[in-house]
Design a protein around this ligand. Sequence first.
Ligand code: 13P
Ligand code: SF4
Length: 357
Amino acid sequence: SGEELSSWIASAKASLGSRVAVMGHFYQRDEVVQYADFVGDSFQLARAARELPDAEAIVFCGVHFMAETADILTGPSQAVILPNLAAGCSMADMADIDSVEECWAELEARFGTSPDESGRVPVTPVTYMNSSAALKAFCGEHGGIVCTSSNASTVLEWAFERGQRVLFFPDQHLGRNTAKAMGVPLSTMPLWNPAKAGGGLSGEALDASRVILWNGFCSVHKRFTVSQISAARAAHPGVRVIVHPECPMEVVDAADSAGSTDYIVKAIAAAPAGSVFAIGTEINLVQRLAADYPQHEIFCLDSVVCPCSTMYRIHPAYLAWVLEELVAGRVVNQISVPSRVAAGARVALERMLAARP
Ligand code: 13P
Ligand code: SF4
């Protein structure tokens, strides 16, 4: 039962003390978040994991790429545990290393590898945090960098200083929305389709490109629509519409603002009492915000509940199981990135952590 699970988790945590840290992403269900020692977005959790030298085990209640990132950023004696190994991310799966390497080979064949007169390289790879460790390593090894939704414009600025154009994967929407807000023309952001020869792009489109976008998306955020925003505005005059930048461009353009999960949390916390918010992001976060800020009216733009199905795979029973195994001296469901991949990925992640203003 729920009560039994609660007392198992609480007593396991009490006996493990500071030897274990439980991380919870904002999109986790409340039944899991209540046990988290750290709650945050993917950037905050990556940074927090790096600053826990005393924890022998980090139990990551989130998805696979987040646990990989924590493993890369923590010490070799620290075990990172993903309570359910089936908690992946469909967006991360949309860019695999073989397809990215094929794309890269074509870009190198077209643009070469030598810098121009001002020292700028032809292409800089940028991967969203929501990607496999292999892709982060690819970026580390090819002069590239990682970004999250909370630092994407800082990272793109870094990449534009370094080179003539960016290859951005896997999320086309975060790439397009961020570059557009920085003034990059849409006509210079072709979409690379890995299922087609040459990405389905003409040589002219590639020559004119500033940001080559990968054809990936988040199945949760792509569901939000402009008509949901119009309906919210009609029903609630004065509503503030805030959406995540993984939403399609038309939705971001129709919203009042767009930002990472942490941005959304801070915007709500700073608003005067009695504000009305329509939010375009994962439902567990929206419902928690509505409960935490009863002085506002907060609702999800999509009235059909849309949880992230893979985040939801972390059930408290899995958390209880991995903690009890730790109490018994056993590590289960460990995520270990091979050391060669980890070394390359760490380079790209450290560039990101250093690029943040
Ligand atoms: P952030 O935590 O960076 O906002 O990312 C949202 C997301 O989709 C996580 O999977
Ligand atoms: Fe992946 Fe989207 Fe779920 Fe985040 S919300 S884990 S990007 S599918």
